[in-house]
Design a protein around this ligand. Structure first.
Ligand code: SAH
Length: 254
């Protein structure tokens, strides 16, 4: 079978963050599939078809792209950031596992991209400088109780936590509840970074504390990094503060 499917990460928004491998995969594709605003970031190319879809239609989009590739075409599915982080690569794998055997014979390439937490972290310093984890606050695909358990476990174990999908129109209360949960484990002074639309013209990055975290503006385009007990803020006259997590952790008290 000659069909080829590439799952391509576009990075957080700035075209300079698109890797050379991603550019090659996009240029050589005969068909592009993806969430409409992501496809809008890409230039039109002669002879290349576009198949935009709505945000939450990942399964249908993955099936359509696999079906098209299985007909012998070179197909690319795009994701914002990295396709393996809360995005299309896992959706495509899920469909390959449960779909027709012929999908397993496809040439499959996952092209990594710069994920939102790395772009946001780079704006403020090195908050992910030591152990960290990433959690999606969306309870579309997992129960809210599981999210609460993971917040408890991560904060009490000393991980810096990157929170993806903090809110959406359908999920207005989750972020406030998550902040409340984290306050059980972390002091009010814990640094919290809000990075909105990083790499896009409407970018906004703020550093607050856990105490004020529920008052800070947050939306679907925001990635939140909650510091650990080790995370520090360096104030700088006339410049934005540097947030970092030192590489050496304090000893666990007996
Ligand atoms: N695959 C994407 C994540 C998809 S989940 C990646 O690797 O970045 C969608 C969430 O990612 C959003 O709710 C937001 O939390 C985060 N996000 C995506 N792009 C962002 C950007 N440019 N700036 C800040 N956060 C972003």
């Amino acid at each position: 079978m000659s069909g080829h499917l590439a799952v391509v990460g576009l990075g957080p928004g700035d075209a300079r963050y698109l890797s050379a491998e991603a550019q090659d995969a996009l240029a050589s594709a005969q068909a592009l599939y993806g969430y409409a605003p992501y496809l809008d970031r890409l230039p039109a190319r002669a002879g290349q078809s576009r198949h935009p879809s709505a945000n939450r239609e990942e399964r249908t989009r993955a099936c359509a792209a696999l079906t098209h590739a299985a007909q012998g075409a070179r197909v690319a599915v795009v994701s914002g950031g990295d396709p393996g982080v809360f995005a299309m690569a896992a959706a495509v794998c899920e469909e390959i596992e449960t779909g027709p055997q012929s999908w397993r014979a496809l040439d499959l390439t996952i092209v990594p991209g710069i994920t939102a937490m790395l772009a946001v972290a780079a704006r403020v310093g090195a908050p992910l400088g030591h152990d960290f984890c990433a959690l999606s606050l969306s309870d579309n695909l997992k129960p809210w109780e599981v999210i609460e358990q993971r917040l408890d476990a991560a904060a009490s174990a000393g991980f810096v936590i990157a929170l993806y999908n903090p809110v959406s129109h359908a999920r207005p209360w989750q972020f406030g509840q998550a902040v409340e949960r984290l306050r059980r484990h972390l002091s009010a002074a814990t640094p919290v970074v809000f990075g909105r639309a990083v790499g896009r013209p409407d970018e906004d990055v703020r550093v607050v504390t856990l105490e004020g975290a529920d008052a800070a503006p947050v939306d679907m385009a925001t990635l939140v990094i909650v510091g650990s007990r080790e995370t520090r803020v360096i104030a700088r006259a006339g410049r934005s503060p540097v947030v970092y997590t030192p590489r050496a952790a304090a000893k666990v008290s007996a």
